[in-house]
Design a protein around this ligand. Structure first.
Ligand code: SAM
Length: 311
């Protein structure tokens, strides 16, 4: 099962493929093109952090990010003199952008449903403003919603006073300061009569427990990505290893199969998979980010000692 799937993912666009470490494949490609070439029922789990505003990784706005200002990206205020990473400002999306968002996530849901084996889980990063819209696309495509994973994390989103009237409205906050991030948890319906039978046939259907005595839980305390990780893989949306390793671990219930990240970015999901000894493939269409991931994946994989419990 694993060997056949592994052969299939490596056969697509071999000229654009690299192997940052054993069992990890990175393809410089558009996720939708790559998924279209993948045979049906090929991958056993997906953990991904998609481009949310959609425009934030597109031409004009992406250039503004790289230039250091403007567009959908904002530079959070610096309270302590430390330079902070830019954040996408999702509230500037227009109705037309939202329609594009639904189109994009509808297409992603259909393509990933086809690629996953029955019973496979897909875990999708989101944010409180857009999760309702995007999660609905996955249910409409045929995924079962199995819950949401709440990442508790102090962010710099929200909490601002009305723009250009801060002194006048000192006691007003326009939006709450966000302290959590929803991750949608979906499953492709099982093909067998029971989860046990599906696990035997496909290696999927459930989530891997933290240990024999502890189930996987849907609230995870986390911290923002640490500076040492960002230095190893300088991508603006890099997710922290201690958090992403927990999601990746849970996604393959028997530890077998192939995990896929359509939007690999700086490679945090692939690095987590490598750390866990899981086979994984990622697609990233931007050459600069793909190079960052290629270099960063083995370094992120080796971070933190085995005894340390991931958070
Ligand atoms: C939110 S970031 C992912 C960050 C990643 N989780 C990490 O920890 O580094 C989304 C990434 O998807 C890439 N991307 C956007 N559209 C894509 C597409 N159609 N195919 C492949 N990659 C795409 C962007 O270049 C960006 O690097």
């Amino acid at each position: 099962m694993e060997a056949a799937a592994w052969g299939a993912v490596q056969a697509i666009r071999p000229e654009a493929t690299s192997t940052p470490c054993d069992g990890t494949v990175l393809v410089v490609a558009d996720a939708f093109d790559w998924l279209a070439a993948l045979p049906r029922d090929s991958v056993h789990g997906i953990v991904t952090d998609p481009p949310y505003g959609l425009i934030e990784y597109e031409g004009q706005d992406h250039d503004k990010l790289r230039a250091g200002q403007g567009g959908v990206w904002r530079q959070p205020p610096s309270f302590d003199g430390a330079r902070r990473s830019p954040l996408p400002r999702f509230t500037v999306l227009t109705d037309a952008d939202k329609k594009r968002l639904e189109g994009f996530f509808g297409q992603l849901a259909q393509a990933t449903l086809r690629a996953l084996v029955p019973g496979a889980h897909l875990i999708l990063a989101s944010n409180p403003l857009l999760s309702t819209t995007t999660f609905a696309c996955f249910e409409a495509a045929g995924f079962e919603k199995r819950g949401e994973i709440i990442r508790l994390v102090q962010t710099l989103r929200g909490g601002d006073r009305p723009k250009n009237a801060e002194a006048e409205f000192q006691e007003v906050t326009v939006m709450p300061r966000a302290g959590w991030e929803p991750w949608g948890l979906f499953r492709k319906p099982i093909s067998e009569k029971t989860v046990a039978a599906n696990l035997r046939r496909w290696g999927t259907g459930g989530l891997r427990r933290v240990s024999r005595s502890e189930p996987f839980r849907d609230v995870i305390a986390s911290s923002p990505t640490r500076a040492d990780e960002r230095a190893l893989a300088p991508h603006p949306s890099l997710k922290p290893q201690r958090f992403i390793r927990q999601l990746v671990r849970a996604t393959l219930p028997l530890g077998l199969g192939v995990l896929y990240d359509p939007f690999a970015g700086g490679g945090s999901t692939l690095a987590a998979a490598a750390r866990l000894g899981y086979k994984a493939v990622g697609t990233e269409r931007d050459d600069t980010y793909a190079s960052i991931a290629r270099r960063g994946i083995p370094l992120l994989r080796d971070l933190y000692s085995d005894e340390e419990r991931p958070q």
